[in-house]
Unconditional design. Sequence first.
Length: 72
Amino acid sequence: MPAAQALADQLASGPTAAFAATKMLMQHAAKTDLDTQLDHEARAQKSCAMSLDYTEGVQAFLDKRNPRFTGE
């Protein structure tokens, strides 16, 4: 159980909006054709790249520190 809690804590402190987008894309992948799926993925990438979490992730990498994601 401690390992499950550690994983849950790690996921909760991550870029939750990007995780949600990834989950949605994976759920829809089997139901759509390739061109449609690629279009959805391109839109999700653009949305994530415009998020505050993306900016925080890049800045944390450049600063050599752990990111502080907010889900925005």
